[in-house]
Ligand binder design. Structure first.
Ligand code: NAD
Length: 265
């Protein structure tokens, strides 16, 4: 149950709410129904009224229980934030990525979102609620050596738009947030898996014209805006990126054959 003044009294489910961006979203709403593992218990203690429900979004039975428990405890559902997702370690070159790994990522990043969406819709239609999918900037602009992740997030953004059309007759809005680099445990783990974590973190920091990474709270604020105030927005992709997509400049990578025009003498 959200307690913040902007969405007071509404019931919000946030998947992967125990840490990182998900925890930032839970805090931004005040308190909410939330899912996932140990960190969820800590948030439950920190935010009176918040409820932690263990749920693996790739298991349909778990997701059914999440929805039925939410309705049993609160009697309604106003907003679903599909946040749970994963970015495998960098250097996913096509020749090093198995079809099975790709399939597993789609199960989590795409089908997990779809399963909860599908099961929550009857309740969201009743409350004229809304869905917020956490996609990624790279779904729109690409990322090197990350085909499965980029494809999964491109699918999330496309699914958001298709569902926004199908649900508009029922008054359910469907939007997505595409974060850029947000400093979370996932980012920290990805950096730690590289040969020079400090250099990786510096690269990630310099990718934004603002010269810093975003905070989970800043994605949380965007989610509260979409849920509570963006009443004429559906099917949108809201970039929360510090401007990482801006700028026209050098893109050819080291080793790319370069073919520059001759300067007439
Ligand atoms: N951090 C970034 O820079 C960034 C950028 C763009 C998009 N995103 C997206 O934001 C979302 C959150 O990322 P984060 O950086 O906070 O990651 P994180 O790994 O720090 O947190 C992810 C949360 O999701 C949960 N989770 C993972 N698998 C799950 C499953 N099967 N069922 C239920 N919960 C599960 C984890 O337990 C964890 O609580 C992801 O969808 C990610 O792709 C992150």
């Amino acid at each position: 149950m959200a307690t913040g003044t902007r969405y007071a009294g509404k019931v919000v489910v946030v998947t992967g709410g125990a840490r990182g961006i998900g925890a930032g979203i839970v805090r931004a709403f005040g308190d909410s129904s939330l899912t996932a593992e140990s960190g969820g218990r800590a948030l439950e203690r920190e935010l009176p009224g918040a409820v932690f429900i263990l749920c693996d979004v790739t298991r349909e039975d778990d997701v059914r229980t999440l929805v039925s428990e939410t309705i049993r405890r609160f009697g309604r559902l106003d907003c679903v934030v599909n946040n749970a997702g994963h970015h495998p370690p960098f250097q996913q070159r096509p020749e090093e990525t198995s079809t099975q790994e790709f399939r597993q990522l789609l199960e989590l990043n795409v089908l997990g979102m779809y399963t909860l969406t599908k099961l929550a819709l009857p309740h969201l239609r009743k409350s004229q609620g809304n869905i917020i999918n956490i996609s990624s900037l790279v779904g729109a602009i690409g990322q090197a050596q990350a085909v499965p992740y980029v494809a999964s997030k491109g699918a999330v953004t496309a699914m958001t738009k298709a569902l926004a059309l199908d649900e508009s007759p029922y008054g359910v809005r469907v939007n997505c947030i595409s974060p850029g680099n947000i400093w979370t445990p996932l980012w920290e783990e990805l950096a730690a898996s590289t040969p020079d974590p400090r250099a990786t973190i510096l690269e990630g920091t310099l990718a934004q014209p603002l010269g810093r990474m975003g905070q989970p709270a800043e994605v949380g604020a965007a989610a509260v805006f979409l849920a509570s105030e963006a009443t004429f927005c559906t099917g949108i992709e809201l970039f929360v990126t510090g401007g990482a997509e801006l700028g026209f400049g050098r893109k050819a990578r080291r080793g790319t054959p370069v073919d520059a025009p001759d300067i007439p003498s």
